[in-house]
Design a protein around this ligand. Sequence first.
Ligand code: APR
Length: 254
Amino acid sequence: MEDSIQKVTDLIRRSQKVIVFTGAGVSTESGIPDFRSPGGVWQKYNPEDFYYQKFISSEESREKYWQMSREFYEPLKNARPNAAHEAVAELERMGKLDCVITQNIDNLHQRAGSSPQKVIELHGTAVSVSCLSCRKKYTREEIQSWLLRDVKVPRCDACGGILKPDTVSFGQSMPVRETEEAFHRARNCDLFIVIGSSLVVQPAASVPLEAKEAGAKLVIINREPTYHDSYADVVIHGSAGEVMSKVLEYLKTK
Ligand code: APR
């Protein structure tokens, strides 16, 4: 592990444009469960129930969705950035970071100090809610207060339309600007570091390969093997917080 951490540190030293790409595994040490580890979200809930088409077509699906959302909002709201998020913000302060591309919706990179304009949220954000008809925006906090007053399926108080968090559900189209920006930046970086993703969900999982094919070095830091380990120049199977803390420590001292 030490040898691999030294390799990652050397790659960062030699790089001018580093991209960090994160998944749910970067936030589990902040108390937010990931999706595919044992005990993850998709072991507790059936992803089939959370497809966008179901959400917009059935009141029953919306009720199930909001029940899960209400349950997961508390750990999300109370979560604090961990050492991995802080290390990414530090890389930005060191002038090394081109951007963070995240699949996460928890806003923890921004709360750790990463500049919002340098955080590309491929799967949207859980901190706001929009009306699918009139686009009126609400804070997720406000909608949580409705849910805690036993509103089962929140409706827009301006037009009666369907409300949905500003996250991207399965079957929902990806945000065009963010997706194009992520692939464009991946093609123009010199080092691409994946932290805490199983790399199974498309199109996000293709972004690291785009960087590799365009000539960047690829590093994967993940507790378990990922779908794309074989493409990486360096693979570290370990904890995001621990590994990234050591990388920053080495960067500053060795
Ligand atoms: N340190 C390092 N790796 C970790 C840690 C940790 N503390 N905790 C979990 N992991 C690893 C797991 O081993 C797993 O391989 O992070 C990975 C998380 O993978 P997933 O749960 O599949 O999450 P992610 O890759 O972000 O999923 C992508 O799927 O359901 C959709 O929209 C959802 O954005 C999500 C997308």
